[in-house]
Write a protein that binds this ligand. Structure first.
Ligand code: HEM
Length: 396
């Protein structure tokens, strides 16, 4: 029996159990489920949410910010940060202005320098672990690289790396994984955000009193003449955009490459390594679903989505849509960038894409270039989303 038959069967008896089935399949059998949905029910309506699975429909949802808003998580982000943040605002002057400002400050011309920084941080972590003959890559390699880039490039080390790491996980877990709105998780997020903003406020005052560092993103932002509150909130947005998603993508791409030894042995000798990372990530993207609320009735692929519907734009499904991608089940290195949705699409497309791309690829490359890398313990994920443990063997 296919997923849809099982779903329809359970739905007739217990709608909430049917919803639970879909939620579980989206974690564990997403490729099979989405393949069936794209073919048979591309706009899949459940009692709790509607999943949009085809490339054209996913990009339509993400392009129409006035119809499909970020109200699904925006208010939580604002609450954590104690003010408005661009990712929580659709079609506003504030989003337009601040996104433009942050695009300017996260200068694409920094990419080579940021790549070298990520490579150095990765090599330091790998050299430290090599004598043990193994490394737990989430906490000993990928998070330290992301936190190191936060410290050096963004100019935001936090009080210490562990605290910054905890703040970002606590806020992201509420905004993107607290589906049932658990008030304790929400309260923890507000507390973490309040501490983060208070810490940044002290750091801004120190910079203003002459202990300034120059060149990092914090210094650039502080020099813009923006209102202090805007500086603090946009600074807080940097680790929030990065500390979970970059290590998440690094783990998923690494796992997929290790599953393909022939591809991997070719990749490590190829000067154009990055394309292997993006194609590998397509087989398990860190962001599979982008949540939206439908603000007014809208028709997609012949299905009416009523106002008020919680919509999940399945970017992971779109990247397997045979109407757009040639041989989607094959690992191919010639895929054009506009078929990749790892950094979103349209109005809220990722502002950190340039540094993020080079950091992810370089950290993975430095790891996989080491001789004899092999899996000792497979990936363990908390909440089914955040990679928390992945132990690899290294040649000592
Ligand atoms: C330098 C690091 C990063 C920063 C500063 C950053 C920041 C942001 C911000 C501020 C937005 C919202 C833009 C808007 O509302 O207009 C955004 C969107 C997004 N980012 Fe990033 N990000 C970073 C890295 C990443 C990484 C590593 C990934 C995934 C691998 C990622 C995936 C996304 C996605 C999918 C969206 C769209 C969200 C949506 O449409 O709901 N970002 N990012």
């Amino acid at each position: 029996m296919g997923h849809l038959e099982k779903y329809d069967d359970v739905l007739a008896r217990d709608p909430m159990a049917a919803f639970g089935l879909v939620r579980e399949w989206m974690r564990t059998e997403w490729r099979e489920l989405f393949a069936e949905l794209r073919e048979r029910r591309p706009v899949f309506v459940t009692p709790v949410f509607t999943v949009v699975t085809r490339f054209a429909d996913v990009t339509e949802v993400l392009s129409l910010e006035e119809v499909f808003s970020v109200r699904a998580f925006g208010p939580r982000l604002d609450a954590a940060l104690g003010g408005a943040f661009m990712l929580a605002r659709d079609g506003t002057a504030m989003n337009w202005r601040e996104k433009g400002l942050m695009q300017y400050l996260l200068d694409p011309d920094d990419a080579a320098e940021v790549r070298a920084m990520a490579g150095r941080l990765a090599d330091e972590a790998l050299d430290a672990a090599a004598p043990n003959g193994k490394i737990e890559v989430v906490h000993e390699l990928f998070r330290p690289v992301a936190l190191g880039v936060c410290a050096e490039y963004f100019g935001f080390p936090g009080p210490d790396a562990a605290t910054l790491s905890r703040w970002s996980r606590t806020i992201i877990a509420d905004c993107f994984a607290n589906y049932l709105g658990d008030p304790a998780i929400q309260a923890a997020s507000v507390e973490a955000g309040t501490q983060m903003i208070a810490h940044l406020r002290e750091q801004l005052a120190l910079r203003r009193s002459g202990e300034a560092r120059s060149g990092d993103v914090f210094s650039r932002l502080a020099a813009t003449g923006c209102d202090d509150e805007r500086i603090l909130i946009n600074m807080a947005g940097l680790p929030l955009g990065f500390v979970e998603s970059a290590p998440g993508a690094m783990v998923e791409a690494t796992e997929q490459l290790l599953l393909r030894p022939e591809v991997l042995s070719q990749a490590v000798h190829d000067d154009d390594f990055d394309r292997y990372v993006w194609e590998a990530l397509r087989f398990n993207p860190f962001f599979k679903l982008l949540p939206r609320i439908c603000e007014r009735d809208h028709e997609l692929s012949g299905t009416l989505i009523p106002a008020g519907t919680f919509v999940l734009a399945a970017a992971a499904s779109a990247m397997f849509d045979a109407d757009v991608l040639a041989e989607p089940e094959s690992f191919r290195l010639d895929r054009p960038r506009h078929h990749q949705l790892f950094f979103g699409h349209g109005h809220h497309a990722c502002v950190g894409v340039h540094p993020a791309r080079v950091v992810i690829c370089e950290a993975v490359r430095r790891l996989l270039r080491r001789p004899g890398v092999h899996v000792i313990e497979g990936v363990a994920r908390s909440n089914g989303i955040f990679p928390d443990r992945f132990v690899l063997g290294l040649e000592a």
